[in-house]
Write a new protein. Structure first.
Ligand code: SF4
Ligand code: SF4
Length: 448
């Protein structure tokens, strides 16, 4: 297959990064590469999707990875997976001999093993230059579920219409489910046996980088996990703290111990991101230290500095996150260093073990299996957002009253714009169309 053919296929079938910000996959696979890394590190605590898909869909994922490797004319593919995912590794070892251009890389169970820059270093020994992306060193990184969607797209001609999501925390039966895109968060929680608590909060995504969500929200192409926590859990309280309070605390309490910097995974790879310096500049009004502020753009938002390193309970990661937004709004850019990054000599000893991180987050009791129920949930109503990921929103192609089947095109991306098409995730009638979403309700005569 030629690159342009693959790109067109992935664009029309709506394949985007299935975790994180959801960068359209066709745009990521747009040029030749030396190495393609399949990221099955599942970076965040408690999440279970990637390891389960790696176990249950090993051959499909390998077949799609092989296709990407051949299409990008890469020398090899690397299936990067954590040592802890023993069942997935066993499945992988049983069939990897069929794929001569793919090797397995076993990763340590540390956080954030799945961060692209960290992963590229661990899997290839190459350092992505600061402010750059993996293709700068000839590497493309793709997520496990994304590659399964590539398989569905290319080999089965199936667009992206459903999503695997881990439901865990204070639910009666932690489970990894498969649901149509647009299913409500409330229904997903019911599929995991409902909550154990009357008063709870929801984290959408992982505990390190996810956000507080609501029952009324819906599953999108980038949903990965729903974590139910008590309202008073420290993760919730931290996220609810106002930025002004976070900044006041930084001004009065930060001791400049620099633990946040010493444990920062990007700093340890030689990038010039030093959270303690940003905190100092902020706390002391050091406006002359412009570089400290602009270096915020080098932060990957992993949250180590805030949730693990800082013994004072300060919030460097949140503050840096806000700073990044403000700098972007003002069009202020960081000037990346021209000096080639060198790995910090202390890096090995400063890796953050997952178990210790989970304990520090107060999540040990939730760190249990969330087995996969691989039967697609029969949703009766879905609300499919026109904008679900990075890029332009899709343009509606349907009207209220139209009847659609699963997989029908309902939203199209404009020619020349970054983005992908969206498709009906259930069969039924279009009952609402607005600027943000398309609602489909199942009808007996269509669903049969
Ligand atoms: S770890 Fe906390 S106290 Fe130490 S420098 Fe960083 S923000 Fe300040
Ligand atoms: S969140 Fe903190 S630890 Fe992570 S990359 Fe940003 S500054 Fe470094």
């Amino acid at each position: 297959m030629e690159i342009e053919e693959l790109k067109a296929k992935l664009r029309t079938t709506g394949v985007v990064g299935a975790g994180g910000a959801g960068f359209p996959t066709y745009a990521k696979l747009s040029s030749a590469a030396e190495v393609v890394i399949l990221n099955s590190a599942e970076c965040e605590p408690l999440l279970r999707v990637d390891r389960q898909l790696s176990k249950h869909y090993t051959e499909e994922i390998l077949k799609a990875l092989e296709l990407i490797v051949l299409t990008l004319k890469a020398e090899k593919g690397i299936f990067a997976i954590k040592s802890e995912y023993k069942e997935a590794i066993a499945s992988l070892k049983a069939v990897i001999y069929k794929f001569r251009n793919i090797e397995i890389k076993i990763l340590e169970n540390v956080y954030p093993a799945g961060d692209e820059v960290v992963l590229v270093y661990e899997a290839t020994g190459k350092i992505v230059p600061e402010g750059s992306i993996p293709i700068a060193v000839g590497v493309v990184v793709v997520n496990t579920e994304t590659v399964l969607n590539v398989y569905n797209s290319v080999f089965l001609d199936k667009p992206v219409t459903d999503k695997y999501v881990t439901i865990t925390g204070e639910v009666n039966k932690p489970t990894t489910i498969k649901v149509p895109i647009g299913t409500s968060i409330m229904e997903c929680i019911e599929l995991a046996g409902g909550t154990k608590l009357e008063n709870f909060k929801i984290i959408l995504g992982g505990p390190m980088t996810g956000r507080i969500g609501s029952l009324e929200e819906v599953i999108t192409k980038t949903s990965k996990a729903i974590i139910i926590l008590p309202e008073e859990h420290s993760i919730i309280l931290k996220r609810q703290t106002r930025s002004s309070i976070k900044i006041n605390r930084a001004m009065s309490v930060c001791s400049q111990c620099r633990m946040c910097t010493d444990l920062c995974p990007r700093y340890l790879l030689g990038h010039n991101i030093q959270p303690h310096r940003i905190m100092n500049a902020l706390a002391n009004g050091l406006t002359s230290d412009i570089a400290a502020f602009t270096s915020a753009s080098l932060c990957c938002g992993c949250g180590i500095c805030e949730n693990y390193a800082c013994y004072q309970g300060l919030a460097p990661s949140s503050i840096i996150g806000e700073l990044k937004v403000r700098l972007k709004e003002k069009g202020v850019k960081n000037t990346p260093s021209k000096i080639v990054s060198k790995v910090n000599l202390m890096r090995e000893g400063r890796k953050v073990p997952m178990e210790r991180l989970i304990a520090r987050l107060g999540l040990t009791k939730y760190n249990i299996n969330a087995d996969l129920v691989d039967e697609l949930y029969n949703a009766h109503k879905v609300v499919i957002k026109l904008s679900q990921h990075i890029g332009a929103p899709a343009i509606t192609k349907v009207n209220v009253g139209d009847l659609v089947n699963v997989g029908d095109l309902i939203g199209e991306i404009e020619e020349g714009k970054l983005g992908t098409n969206i498709h009906a995730s259930i069969s039924g009638e279009i009952t609402k169309v607005d600027k943000k979403a398309i609602t489909i309700e199942a009808r007996g005569d269509i669903n049969g």
